[in-house]
Design a protein around this ligand. Structure first.
Ligand code: SAT
Ligand code: MN
Length: 610
């Protein structure tokens, strides 16, 4: 019999019954309800840091003067990233999951999971974590309960969500509408690792992992996979988008844009953008509302309002430094959890590739071996795992938006898609309308970089940057986008596409990127408010060159380069359209029901290209 360490934090019979059933299944030695109090969390930190060296739950306190409240953890080398191959959407019919997801019959998957979870928490403690995705009291927020046998998960959920007793205030005593999440590290056996969503059951099961998006069930599993399905049924949108506020000197109000990019396209940088000197002197300011996920719903005034369902940043550490992303680095200087970075044993802090020029001499690489960091790196090794992470509270961010906790969310003026494309795609263009914008989102793709696959320049499709996160059939997801456009009508955000990665004939990037992306966002906001004209092309509206403000970078970006950045090569675009037809055909063969409206867009672009 499990020993219950403290009283349940809710009277909600649906929660109580479900928790009881999972206790009976997983048979933990102890059960602890996570109230979110400082005392309880401190006790857990002490417990996990006191574990012996080599224990795979172990965490370490870092230098409390330099990194107050910060702790360190390393996961097993077989468990360092999300595992898309072992992630399933279990809908009653295969068709419900569609061609972008792995599918298994729900009964079959339940039988498999039941076996794996039977007795999985024996000898361990089950932590019952109530959490809210979205601000407490927000009409857009949703409650989840995650059961886990990992203190690391509890401590991460505390940063990433509004966790503890207060989350039950959002649910109430009679409401069955919460997302059930069951997680066990079990034996961290990669052969039996499963991340499973049952959208129709509001349920998530995760076993044999202890890393990031596999186990922080509020993030990708709930806030994207389950929520995208809920949004389709309830008339809202869950998107893999950052939310950025921009205050222009002439405006009374901050304007908000959201943006979706595949990985390695500068999403965190745009979320925490610092305007270039010229813009700051003019009085431009930027505010981060979210760095990863946006939940969006039409408000009373008919506009689309966005909240960030999360409460922290789960960011990639390597490459983050004072110059590349000052705000992200600043966010990690207190109350942060570091996972799989290197330990700097000179002062008990952390290090990763790109943090500083010189690696520490006395170091532990991410797997825990003591090394001479300098020599280790000079030999071509990496001290930190390339996917090592920081889990940092959003309130640490110097440019966090004052609207971060606003339960109503912020009104979205523009949505931005983008990818990494050496050619074809101009610096920025605006879609003709919402349906065309939906097409643009469906066409999001990135060229693979050499490091990832060995093949350079191969297009990888990642529609709306949601490929591994759409909790249902991708065709129905696009239909839902089109439906939302009808609901929003002329209040709908304008949709744009950007490409920071176009190269010249010599293979050099033509656009400086980073803070200078403000210049593109500035044009986008001018379009939204009708301050800038545009050039109509076959693929959308492009800026007139004189409307992209180059003040301060005239030496870097010549008028000639700008013209190239804004050029549309008709032959390349004909190939692009043909390639999109192939992609749609492939999805259709896999069971996607692609809306006719998107084919109409293809026809229109094709006829304009001549
Ligand atoms: O591990 S997470 O899914 O949270 C981050 C990512 O892989 O995008
Ligand atoms: Mn993400």
């Amino acid at each position: 019999m499990a020993k219950i360490l403290n009283a349940p934090l809710t009277k909600n019979p649906y929660v109580l019954k479900w928790v009881e059933e999972q206790i009976a299944l997983t048979t933990p030695d102890y059960v602890m309800w996570i109230d979110g109090s400082a005392e309880q969390l401190d006790q857990l930190r002490n417990e996990v840091c006191a574990l012996p060296e080599g224990h795979n739950d172990k965490m370490y306190r870092l230098n409390q003067d330099k990194l107050p409240g910060c702790i360190y953890h390393r996961t097993l080398p077989n468990d360092v990233a999300r595992v898309e191959g072992r992630t399933f959407i279990c809908t009653p019919e295969k068709d419900g999951a569609g061609p972008t997801n792995n599918w298994m019959d729900p009964a079959e998957m339940h039988a498999k999971l039941n076996k794996l979870f039977t007795g999985a928490m024996k000898g361990r403690t089950m932590y019952v974590i109530p959490y809210s995705m979205g601000p407490i009291g927000s009409p857009l927020a949703k409650v989840g309960v995650e059961l886990t046998d990992s203190i690391y998960v509890v401590l991460n959920m505390e940063i990433m969500t509004r966790m503890g007793k207060r989350a039950f205030e959002n649910l109430g005593d009679e409401n069955p509408d919460f997302v059930k999440g069951l997680h066990s590290k079990a034996l961290v056996d990669p052969e039996e690792r499963y991340i499973v969503q049952f959208p129709q059951e509001n349920a998530i099961y995760s076993i044999n992992s202890a890393y990031g998006g596999n186990v922080l069930l509020g993030k990708k599993c709930f806030a994207l996979r389950i929520a995208s399905y809920q949004g389709k049924n309830e008339g809202w949108m869950a998107e893999h988008m950052l939310i950025l506020g921009v205050k222009r000197p002439g405006d009374d109000e901050v304007k908000y844009v959201t943006a979706a990019f595949p990985s390695a396209c500068g999403k965190t940088n745009l979320a925490m953008l610092i305007p270039p000197k010229y813009y700051r002197e003019q009085g431009y300011e930027t505010f981060t509302v979210g760095d990863d996920i946006a939940w969006m719903k039409p408000g009373k005034d008919g506009r689309l309002y966005a909240i960030n369902p999360e409460n922290g940043f789960f960011g990639v550490a390597p490459g983050t430094n004072e110059n590349s992303n000052f705000n992200a680095l600043a966010s990690t200087r207190k109350n942060t959890i570091f996972t799989n970075v290197a330990m700097n044993e000179e002062d008990n802090t952390v290090w990763w590739e790109g943090l500083t020029k010189e690696p520490p001499v006395f170091a532990r690489e991410w797997k825990g071996a003591k090394v001479n960091g300098k020599a280790f790196v000079a030999d071509g090794n990496k001290l930190a795992h390339p996917n090592s992470r920081f889990t940092a509270p959003a309130i640490n961010c110097p440019c966090i938006s004052p609207e971060f906790d606003n339960p109503q969310g912020v009104p979205v003026s523009a949505m931005i898609f983008g990818g990494r494309r050496e050619s074809t795609t101009p610096l920025v263009y605006q879609s003709f309308d919402w349906v065309h914008g939906t097409y643009v989102g469906s066409a999001v793709s990135s060229e693979t970089t050499a490091a990832a696959t060995g093949e350079v320049g191969v297009l990888r499709h990642d529609p709306m940057a949601m490929k591994p996160f759409i909790g249902y059939n991708v065709g129905d997801y696009w239909a839902h986008w089109i439906e939302m456009g009808k609901i929003l009508g002329d209040k709908a955000p304008k949709i744009f596409n950007v490409n920071w990665f176009r190269k010249d004939e010599e293979g050099h990037f033509m656009w400086p990127g980073f803070g200078d992306n403000m210049r593109v966002v500035d044009w986008i906001l001018k379009r939204v408010s009708g301050e800038a004209d545009a050039v109509e092309t076959a693929i959308g509206y492009l800026p007139k060159p004189e409307d992209i403000n180059l003040s301060g970078i005239e030496d870097e970006v010549s008028q000639e380069t700008l013209a190239k950045l804004l050029s549309v090569d008709k032959d390349l675009w004909k190939k692009e359209v043909a390639q999109m037809r192939d992609y749609y055909a492939e999805l259709t063969a896999g069971g996607a029901h692609i809306p006719q409206e998107l084919y109409d867009v293809l026809d229109k672009i094709e006829s304009k290209l001549g």
